[in-house]
Design a binder for this molecule. Structure first.
Ligand code: 5GP
Ligand code: MG
Ligand code: MG
Length: 187
């Protein structure tokens, strides 16, 4: 059975995604081009891997890239509410302007935990760059650090979405677009 046949409807096509990612990358390039040091881009594994790869290739600054892993979801579609950092940064963030790159912000628990972690390690600012924002489901206010900014790709309606890095039970991350699964595949 083909991958695309598991999808009920497509929310953002590959072309729409690429166009929006280019806009965000040029916004980040503009915002940081006058800064004394280029930003450190930190992707949140695994979900942000495609967004991160597309975004960093379009930022026209000599940036560094690192990864963190935070786990707040099991294999289902409901957060367990208590994210833990299961892979820490390799690079030193002390005195750095960090941009955290996330696939999707839902309750905000994961990002808040990661921002606090980066702040405790001495980042001089923490910005967030989220591909999708499910603002209606927010439980925790996202408090940025220093003069950090919030970049976002699209507002996401309250559906559990897959693709462009985002999984259901570790499947569908490789879809080049974002969509909603047919009900029979959410099990
Ligand atoms: P939060 O801590 O903000 O509630 O959840 C953040 C994480 O939950 C995201 O980074 C993502 O991994 C997962 N998540 C939240 N909403 C969705 C969704 O609609 N689809 C998928 N695949 N993952 C989601
Ligand atoms: Mg994520
Ligand atoms: Mg997941």
């Amino acid at each position: 059975m083909s991958l695309d046949s598991h999808i009920e409807n497509v929310l953002w096509s590959q072309d729409q995604i690429q166009e929006r990612v280019a806009q965000i990358a040029s916004q980040i390039t503009d915002d940081f081009k006058a800064a004394p040091d280029p930003p450190l881009i930190v992707g949140v594994a695994t979900g942000a891997f495609l967004f991160l790869a597309d975004l960093v290739r379009k930022i026209r600054l000599p940036i560094s890239v690192d990864l963190v892993r935070a786990q707040s979801y099991g294999s289902g579609t409901v957060s367990n509410g208590a994210p833990t950092i299961s892979l820490d940064l390799k690079l030193d963030v002390k005195g750095k302007h960090v941009i955290l790159v996330e696939d999707i912000v839902d309750t905000g628990c994961t990002l808040s935990c990661l921002i606090a972690h980066l702040e405790s390690k001495g980042a001089s600012s923490v910005s967030v760059c989220a591909f999708l924002d499910k603002a209606v489901r927010r439980k925790v206010h996202i408090e940025l650090v220093g003069d950090g900014k919030f970049y976002k790709g699209f507002e996401c309606p309250d559906y559990f979405v897959v693709g462009y890095g985002m999984d259901f039970a570790e499947l569908y991350r490789n879809l080049p677009y974002v969509g909603v699964l047919k009900p029979e595949h959410y099990k």
